[in-house]
Ligand binder design. Structure first.
Ligand code: SF4
Length: 138
């Protein structure tokens, strides 16, 4: 069973109200013998943020630092602190891990929630700490 960032599957969950469908990724995923069951997740929506929403960025570190209270997630345009929403979204995703055996997560790159390489997002960091294999998709 795998988790996939919802926006990669064509769901319009992004901050700008759009999706980020990656046709190559979808083709590979559907053709993969290892696909099993797919659970789409959007940590930012699960954390109670609206769609569309102002873009957010991690300040003061990365997702690991947010998890331990050393960094914050801020709406770039308004300066509003939305760290609580990002943490809540991560808790919701962790509930999925409590119910299902999740082997792998395909996560959207360059996201303060789902990003992995570069600046690790909040949910990505939590999944790494739980031992889930992360594959980043652009
Ligand atoms: S939080 Fe993750 S799933 Fe949701 S829109 Fe951003 S990158 Fe996609």
């Amino acid at each position: 069973m795998i988790i996939v960032s919802a926006c990669l599957l064509g769901l319009s969950t992004r901050y700008d109200g759009k999706s980020k469908t990656n046709p190559d990724f979808l083709k590979k995923l559907l053709n993969s013998a290892k696909i099993g069951h797919v659970i789409p997740v959007c940590p930012e929506q699960l954390g109670g943020l609206p769609t569309p929403r102002p873009p957010c960025k991690i300040f003061g570190g990365d997702g690991f630092d947010v998890l331990c209270g050393k960094a914050r997630v801020i709406e770039v345009e308004t300066g509003r602190d939305v760290t609580g929403n990002f943490l809540r979204g991560t808790i919701e995703v962790n509930k999925i891990l409590d119910v299902f055996l999740i082997e792998r997560a395909y996560l959207k790159s360059k996201s303060p929630s789902c990003g992995y390489l570069g600046q690790t997002g909040v949910t990505a960091a939590s999944l790494i700490l739980k031992g889930v294999e992360i594959i980043e998709v652009d």
